[in-house]
Design a binder for this molecule. Structure first.
Ligand code: HAM
Length: 439
């Protein structure tokens, strides 16, 4: 008979894998809390409409969507941003500003499977609402960096590419392009790294072949890799909007440098982000070796709350996935042994000693220790083998002779030393042991 298997791209987490995932989530939560973000949660299933046109063509094509039994068009969430905008928009007046929220949740996209990309994945989402200035970008980009340095990764391991859709818009305006053409050019810029010249096919289909001089200017602009180069290219261009925007760039880069993050930041106008709602600064994190797909992505999206029918609210945020990030940690040897172990293994002499052992086991568990024991009577030798394999630090031995004298044996499974301890002192002795200096 055929054996059942999970759907392609859907992940099962066996205990060791779940322990690694939990380790990542725990440190992400620690960082989010350190930055003063509050955690929220939201539905997995949403009205399809929430993503139509709001998220952009790429995500729309990847939706897991269906009609529910009530005839509603629904979709598994491919991202958090539209949902969190709806939640914040609905209560915007009641929420204290700036609104700094984060969540860790699972998302679904029908993507072609490849290394670091699945059809379900987790993201940390962090977003700030109600702050129109670059102070919000400063806060989020520094949080994004700490979400990785918190695991021991350094500037040699990853970097954040920083770009700006406003700057692109203003620049292309000075070249005489209307909004539709600008959007088509940005679509090409977004795909250029992957597709090369083919990225301009979409533009050609809408507006005819892109003029050679325009294309050359676009390619030169997307190759910009520093503020100095940017200032150089724009030196001959007169535009008040561009001048004001350059001032914002300087302030943001100064802020990030003051936070000690200069080594992590790379100006890179080749990044524009595929999602439809971004309006200003955008950023993506990558591994330095360029072996993995994006680790995280985000940016400013000042119009999305308004597009969902609520009063406009400026917003910036990022999403960071668990898959590429997990691979990077493994590659760099930064995933610690986080297997779900045991503190104490209780060895039981036989059926007669079981009741006495149960009392002790219950008390230790109630005190919060992780305690295991053999569910069935087995030979001492097997029990000690199980104790060693369980990863426990201590074995407590309930033997008939000892119990008759009102004691148990406690064995340190590390140095194999053994002591007899009166039954009423086991709890105190175990507490002392585990509270002792870490090895
Ligand atoms: P995104 O760039 O689509 O942005 O995704 C952010 C991150 O989620 C990616 O960099 C990647 O780590 C992870 N990710 C995305 N798709 C997959 C996949 N199929 N498999 C594994 N990991 C994946 C957003 O989702 C925006 N909503 C982020 C945001 C929040 N913008 C503002 N606030």
């Amino acid at each position: 008979m055929a054996q059942f298997q999970s759907l392609p791209g859907f992940r099962e987490f066996y205990p060791d894998a779940l322990a690694r995932r939990n380790h990542i989530f725990r440190l992400w939560r620690q960082t989010a809390t350190a930055f003063g973000f509050q955690e929220y949660d939201a539905p997995v299933l949403e009205p399809l409409e929430l993503y139509k046109t709001k998220s952009g063509e790429e995500i729309e094509a990847q939706l897991f969507n269906f009609t529910d039994k009530g005839g509603r068009e629904v979709a598994l969430r491919p991202e958090m941003t539209p949902t969190v905008c709806r939640m914040v928009g609905a209560k915007a007046n009641a929420l204290k500003r700036p609104i700094k929220w984060y969540s860790i949740a699972e998302f679904y996209r029908y993507e072609r499977m490849q290394k670091g990309r699945g059809r379900c994945f987790f993201q940390l989402n962090a977003d700030i609402f109600g702050e129109a200035g670059i102070e919000a970008e400063t806060e989020l980009i520094s949080m994004l960096v700490q979400c990785m340095t918190g695991f021991g990764l350094a500037a040699e391991d990853f970097y954040v590419r920083l770009s700006d859709r406003n700057l692109w818009f203003y620049y292309l305006e000075t070249l005489g392009l209307d909004e539709a053409r600008i959007r088509a050019v940005l679509g090409a810029v977004d795909r250029f790294e992957k597709l090369g010249d083919d990225a301009f096919k979409g533009y050609a289909e809408q507006f005819g072949e892109i003029p050679a001089d325009l294309k050359a200017k676009v390619l030169a602009f997307l190759a910009i890799k520093s503020l100095a180069e940017l200032e150089n290219v724009l030196a001959g261009v007169t535009s008040d909007k561009l001048a004001a925007r350059l001032a914002e760039w300087r302030r943001l880069l100064d802020n990030l440098a003051a936070m000690g993050l200069a080594d992590f930041i790379q100006v890179d106008l080749g990044v524009v982000r595929g999602l439809a709602y971004y309006t200003g600064f955008v950023f993506e994190a990558f591994d330095r070796k360029g072996e993995l797909r994006a680790l995280a992505g985000g940016g400013r999206y000042d119009n999305l709350v308004g597009k969902l029918g609520y009063p406009d609210l400026p917003a910036v945020g990022f999403g960071m996935g668990d898959m590429t990030f997990g691979l990077l940690l493994e590659q760099r040897g930064l995933m610690p042994d986080v297997s779900q172990g045991t503190d104490i293994y209780v060895v039981i002499g036989g059926e007669a000693e079981r009741k006495a052992a149960f009392g002790g086991i219950g008390a230790l568990r109630a005190a919060g220790f992780r305690v295991e024991y053999p569910l069935k009577d087995v030979a001492f030798g097997k029990q000690f083998k199980a104790a060693a394999e369980s990863g426990a630090k201590l074995a407590i031995i309930y033997g008939g002779d000892e119990l008759a004298r009102g004691v148990v044996k406690i064995r340190d499974l590390g140095d194999r030393s053994e002591h007899e301890v009166p039954l009423d002192q086991v709890g105190a002795m175990v507490r002392d042991y585990f509270a002792g200096p870490a090895e």
